[in-house]
Design a protein around this ligand. Structure first.
Ligand code: ATP
Length: 200
């Protein structure tokens, strides 16, 4: 009997501004399909009627403006009542999980990469065959995010404080990419890719 194809799932994670998305693009360049979990979650929150109905039930009609998710409103409500975050995740995560499963089945590659901001914080490491953590100096990350999002130093630092430290993530990872210099990081990505395809 023909065995069911088992997809090798590699998670790529890292703190805010570490460069997960930038590095994931390099893997795409090596021919690896990448699922951008946070982007897909945002898209599903706008597209899925079920999510929309449930989020309106949770947050009220202001959750959407002209059929588009009102992210600022949700953020402000969650800031006021922290429990709303886990309730929102309980609505959104299963849908993203199901979407990811369908996406994986359509891929034909030696492995697939899933870019996710939070793996260890939610103890989800068992969902992955391998995990790559992208790290960079904190001060560098703060500068990048301030420039990219026009956000304040304090707000970026507050997010960094809420995430696991690089040291904690490194301990639990199979591979680490240090992304202070882009060229050096690309080379590390290439080495990991070669390593993965020769081990699979
Ligand atoms: P987030 O968790 O906030 O989504 P991320 O980890 O996916 O962030 P990126 O979006 O890839 O990080 O990078 C953050 C910003 O820093 C981007 O504007 C990106 O172009 C820039 N950047 C990434 N790596 C480097 C680097 N090595 N040198 C300089 N700038 C970089």
């Amino acid at each position: 009997m023909k065995e069911l194809q088992k997809h090798i799932i590699v998670g790529i994670t890292g703190g805010i501004g570490s460069g997960k998305t930038t590095i994931s693009k390099y893997f795409e360049g090596f021919g690896i399909p990448v699922y951008y979990a946070d982007l897909e979650a945002k898209a599903l929150m706008n597209r899925s009627k079920v999510i929309k109905r449930k989020l309106i039930a949770l947050f009220g009609d202001d959750a959407y403006i002209n059929n588009t998710l009102n992210r600022d409103y949700l953020r402000s409500q969650i800031f006021k009542e922290k429990k709303l975050l886990s309730k929102m995740n309980a609505i959104v995560h299963p849908k993203v999980g199901a979407h990811f499963k369908r996406w994986v089945k359509k891929q034909n590659a030696p492995y697939i990469l899933k870019e996710v901001a939070i793996i260890f914080e939610n103890n989800l490491q068992s969902q992955y065959d391998y995990i790559i953590t992208v790290i960079a100096d904190n001060e560098e990350r703060v500068k990048r995010v301030m420039q990219r999002d026009n956000s304040s130093r304090d707000s970026v630092k507050a997010i960094i404080r809420n995430q696991f430290s690089d040291q904690e993530k490194i301990k639990k990872s199979d591979f680490v990419i240090e992304n202070n210099d882009l060229e050096a990081a690309k080379l590390q990505a290439q080495i990991i890719h070669n390593n993965l395809i020769s081990n699979i």
